[in-house]
Design a binder for this molecule. Structure first.
Ligand SMILES: NC(=O)c1ccc[n+]([C@@H]2O[C@H](COP(=O)([O-])OP(=O)(O)OC[C@H]3O[C@@H](n4cnc5c(N)ncnc54)[C@H](O)[C@@H]3O)[C@@H](O)[C@H]2O)c1
Ligand SMILES: O=c1ccn([C@@H]2O[C@H](COP(=O)(O)OP(=O)(O)O[C@H]3OC[C@](O)(CO)[C@H]3O)[C@@H](O)[C@H]2O)c(=O)[nH]1
Length: 388
């Protein structure tokens, strides 16, 4: 073995593999492609309906990884080429999904089809062709915490048993059917159960990833600049948009919900370990988050306001936030997860992985990117007279 051969966590050489990455053109996919191309010799068959976020990896042809990434513009809902690509690959990673909460209650059918029905052939082709699958699920699978059903001042609310989310222990607690917010979590839950059953009954080699609010550059879109004016992206892009436009940040139902945010680059390290350590990752469900970065949404808004003022040099508003009801912001049928702290025992034991970046540091690099990428375009969009 040459001294430069990369080895896995057990000291075995890592062989170059072909990876079919579905949803490669999205936020997580673009970072994963970047990392795979710049630090490994694996080849990527990148599948998506869009490629704007990976254009810099596809062109020009003089790039050092030329030939190791091929883009296939395929809608997995209806394209017979998908099975061929999965057959060509050693590993399939499925990231494709509708995964913005504004869609869950307003487009529940599209949400359920995207997260369950459209993922079915991917699971089937992997199982039938004995191909390994890494499937992206979500922390939303846990729904609400057990503690959220206790009175606000109940002492057990402080007991970690009542709020820490553990892959092999915690229940999935969703609201009633008329709260269509849970259409996404429920579809993701059922596809997880199906994958698990394929593993148990047919020997499918799988890993399920439950991301806990991964954030960073290239997440979603800025409405009216590189996405629809009326579109509602996830919170990082909503708040970035408000800051870029000099508007108050909107706190849904007072911004009391809590989240743990993790820097995309830390999270990608965890996925790389899964890819290159199949013996440790197969058959596992992994939480991937940063339990040390917990804030309420209100605290996130305050921190983003402070960081943005620092990186842009622009003073913050006197009243930087404004309250808005969830019905007004998301429409009928919205509901929310109260708190999301990942238990890290399993990923720590199997892969020895831990997140590194503090919330302040990740916001500083992300908001620097947002300012550099969008400030000028937002100024122009504001200056443009709107057609009546
Ligand atoms: N970002 C997070 O914090 C987070 C949290 C929980 C779960 N996840 C899961 O991780 C995965 C990726 O999330 P993301 O944040 O990168 O989202 P994203 O929306 O940026 O990426 C999803 C990609 O899938 C593509 N896609 C969707 N439907 C498709 C289809 N029918 N055919 C081909 N391509 C299709 C989209 O065009 C998009 O590029 C999703 O499954 C999501 O549910 C992400
Ligand atoms: O302008 C805004 C936008 C949102 N909020 C509130 O922030 C909380 C987080 O919202 P968001 O990041 O958009 O989404 P969620 O965390 O609720 O759900 C995601 O988690 C993982 C994933 O599966 C994929 O990313 C997705 O479902 C929330 O409480 C909003 O109400 C706000 O106050 N103002």
């Amino acid at each position: 073995m040459s001294s430069s051969t990369k080895v896995d966590l057990d000291g075995n050489p890592i062989k170059a593999m072909t990876i079919c990455m579905i949803g490669a053109g999205g936020f997580i996919g673009s970072h994963l492609c970047e990392k795979l191309l710049s630090t490994t010799s694996h080849t990527i068959l990148a599948v998506d309906v869009y490629n704007d976020k990976i254009k810099h990896l596809l062109e020009p042809e003089s790039l050092p990884w030329n030939g190791r990434i091929q883009f296939h513009r395929i809608n997995i809902k209806h394209d017979s080429r998908l099975e061929g690509l999965i057959k060509m690959a050693d590993l399939t990673i499925n990231l494709a999904a509708i995964c913005t909460p504004a869609d869950y209650n307003t487009r529940p059918l599209d949400t359920i089809y995207s997260n369950f029905i459209d993922a079915l052939p991917v699971v089937k082709y992997c199982s039938e062709n004995n191909k390994r699958l890494i499937h992206f699920s979500t922390c939303e699978i846990y729904g609400k915490t057990i503690g959220s059903f206790l009175p606000k001042d109940h002492p057990l609310r402080q007991d970690p048993e009542f709020f820490i989310l553990k892959e092999d222990v915690s229940p999935c607690i969703f609201g009633p059917i008329e709260k269509q917010r849970w259409s996404y979590a429920c579809a993701k839950q059922l596809i997880e159960r199906l994958i698990y059953a394929e593993g148990a009954e047919n020997g499918l080699e799988f890993t399920i990833v439950r991301p806990f609010n991964w954030i960073g550059p290239r997440m979603d879109f800025i409405p009216g600049v590189d996405g629809p004016s009326e579109g509602v992206p996830r919170v990082l892009a909503c708040f970035s948009n408000n800051l870029l436009r000099g508007e108050p940040l909107k706190l849904v139902d007072g911004g009391e919900s809590q989240r743990t945010f993790i820097y995309i680059k830390d999270a990608i390290e965890a996925v790389m370990l899964m890819i290159e350590n199949p013996a440790r990752a197969n058959g596992q469900i992994f939480n991937v988050g940063n339990p040390n970065n917990e804030v309420t949404v209100k605290q996130l808004a305050e921190m983003m306001t402070e960081v943005y003022s620092k990186v842009s040099g622009e003073p913050s508003l006197e009243s930087p936030t404004i309250d808005v009801s969830s019905k007004e912001f998301y429409g009928e049928g919205y509901d929310d997860s109260d708190k999301r702290i990942p238990d890290m025992t399993i990923i720590n034991k199997q892969l020895g992985w831990n997140p590194k970046t503090s919330l302040w540091d990740l916001l500083e690099s992300t908001l620097t990117y947002q300012h550099t990428t969008y400030a000028e375009a937002v100024k122009q969009a504001i200056a443009k007279p709107t057609s009546s």
